[in-house]
Design a protein around this ligand. Structure first.
Ligand code: PLP
Length: 381
C-alpha cells in the first residue's frame, strides 16, 4: 500500500465532542454573538471550578492573556522579565509588546523547564548589574510541571511576582493542585492544537478580584464609567466571543477524559517502544507533579543511533505521519539575539536531539501501531 493510501496522522488535532454544537446553537438562537453572554460566563465558571482559581477571564488567545498578565504585574518599558529559553515564542512576545526585555534562563534535564540554579544565578547577576527583574514567567512545557517548590521559593525570596504560562498544561497538577493557580496570574490557551480548544482562545486566572476586573476592563477597550466613550488607559480588544466560549463549555465537559487519553498515549509509546534503545522518553515528572502529557516527546540517544530527529521526522512523513522538532530555544532565535541568557546547553541539547510524536486524544491503537512501526523501521538496525 502506498503511504498516500493512509489517512494522515496529525501531531495534535482538535478533538470535538458531542455538546459543543448545543452551546453554539443556543448562543445563535438567543442572539448572544457578542463578546459577552452566558457561554462566556459559563466557560469562565467551568475553568474556575476545574482549576480552583477564584477568578477567570476568557480572552481571545493565550498570548493576549500573557500580555494582560504582564500589565497586571506592572511590566513596562525598560523592565526586564525572566523567562525560560525553552518555550514557544508566544511566552516571550508580550514582553516585547510592553517595551520590556526578556532575560532567558536555561532548563533542567528532569522536567525540561526552568532550572532553579540558573534562575538564582540570573536574578543575582541582574541585581548586581543594578536592575532587579520585574516579573518571572514560568512555563510548564508539554504539560510537564516545573520544579515549583524551588522556583517559587526563589521568586518569593527576591519578591519577584510570577506569571504562570500554563498554556499547554490545563489538567496537570503539582502537589495535588492544578497548574495555573500557583502564580499571581495564570494563563491557559485554547488554540486548536492544545488539550482542549475553542478554535482559538485563552484565559487568565487569578485569585485577585481587582485584577480580574482590571483584566476585563483592559480587554474591552478600557472604557471609563461614563455615558460617552471616555478612556484614560490603553485598552485592547481581547475578549473571547460568546460563540467560541460555547465550544469551550462543550470541551470542558471532556477535559478529564482528554487528560486520561494523552497520558495513556504517552504510556503506550513508552511500553511499546522499550525495545528501541535509541529512544529516550522524557521529560520526567517531578516528585510532586503529574503531567497532562499534552505531547509525547522523545530524545534520540547518540550512543545507540546516528540518525537525527530530522531524519526521523522525514521518515514519518513518508508514512503520512506528522511529527515536529522540540521548541527551538528562544536565545537561539534571531528575534532575541540581543537578550541576556543564563546557561543554555541543556535546552540547546534537547532541541538537537528531540522530537514530538503524534499525541492527539482521538488516536486509535491502529494509529499508534503505525507510528511505532515507522519509528522501528528507521531506528532499529
Ligand atoms: C500555545 C502557547 C501559547 C500561546 O497561546 P495562543 O492561544 O496560541 O496565543 C503561549 N505559551 C505556550 C507555552 C504555548 O504553548
Amino acid at each position: 500500500m502506498l503511504s498516500q493510501d493512509y489517512d494522515r496522522i496529525f501531531l495534535s488535532p482538535p478533538h470535538l465532542g458531542r455538546h459543543e454544537l448545543n452551546y453554539v446553537h443556543k448562543a445563535i438562537e438567543d442572539n448572544w454573538v457578542a463578546p459577552a453572554g452566558p457561554n462566556l460566563t459559563g466557560f469562565e465558571q467551568d475553568i474556575c471550578h476545574y482549576t480552583g482559581a477564584a477568578h477567570c477571564v476568557a480572552l481571545a488567545s493565550g498570548t493576549a492573556a500573557i500580555h494582560l498578565g504582564l500589565v497586571l504585574l506592572g511590566v513596562g518599558p525598560g523592565d526586564e522579565v525572566l523567562c525560560p529559553s525553552f518555550t514557544f515564542v508566544a511566552t516571550a512576545n508580550p514582553i516585547l509588546y510592553l517595551g520590556a526585555t526578556p532575560v532567558f534562563v536555561d532548563s533542567e534535564p528532569t522536567t525540561w523547564n526552568m532550572c532553579p540554579d540558573r534562575l538564582r544565578e540570573a536574578i543575582e547577576d541582574r541585581i548586581r548589574q543594578g536592575k532587579k527583574p520585574k516579573a518571572l514567567i514560568l512555563v510548564h512545557l508539554y504539560g510537564m510541571p516545573a520544579q515549583l517548590d524551588q522556583l517559587l521559593a526563589i521568586a518569593e525570596l527576591y519578591a519577584i511576582p510570577v506569571l504562570e504560562d500554563a498554556a499547554e498544561a490545563l489538567g496537570s497538577r503539582y502537589d495535588g493542585r492544578r497548574l495555573g493557580t500557583f502564580g499571581a496570574v495564570g494563563v491557559f490557551s485554547f488554540n486548536g492544537n492544545k488539550i482542549i480548544t475553542t478554535s482559538g482562545g485563552g484565559a487568565l486566572v487569578t485569585d485577585n478580584q481587582e485584577w480580574a476586573e482590571k483584566t476585563r476592563f483592559l480587554a474591552t477597550q478600557a472604557k471609563d464609567p461614563a455615558p460617552y466613550y471616555q478612556h484614560s488607559a490603553v485598552g485592547y480588544n481581547y475578549r473571547l466571543s460568546n460563540i467560541l466560549a460555547g465550544i469551550g463549555r462543550g470541551q470542558m465537559e471532556l477535559i478529564d477524559s482528554r487528560v486520561k487519553s494523552r497520558r495513556e498515549t504517552y504510556a503506550w509509546y513508552q511500553k511499546n517502544l522499550r525495545d528501541v534503545p535509541a529512544l529516550q522518553f522524557g521529560p520526567t515528572e517531578p516528585a510532586l507533579g503529574s503531567s497532562n502529557r499534552w505531547l509525547t516527546t522523545v530524545t534520540l540517544d547518540p550512543h545507540y543511533t546516528t540518525v537525527t530527529p530530522e531524519q526521523v521526522r522525514q521518515h514519518l512523513e513518508t508514512h503520512n505521519i506528522e511529527s515536529r522538532p522540540l521548541w527551538k530555544p528562544l536565545h537561539q532565535q534571531p528575534l532575541f539575539a540581543q537578550a541576556p541568557m543564563y546557561g543554555g546547553s541543556v535546552c540547546a541539547d534537547l532541541f538537537t536531539r528531540g522530537l514530538c510524536l503524534p499525541s492527539g486524544s482521538a488516536m486509535t491503537e491502529t494509529d499508534l501501531h503505525r507510528v511505532a512501526g515507522a519509528l522501528r523501521e528507521i531506528l532499529l538496525p
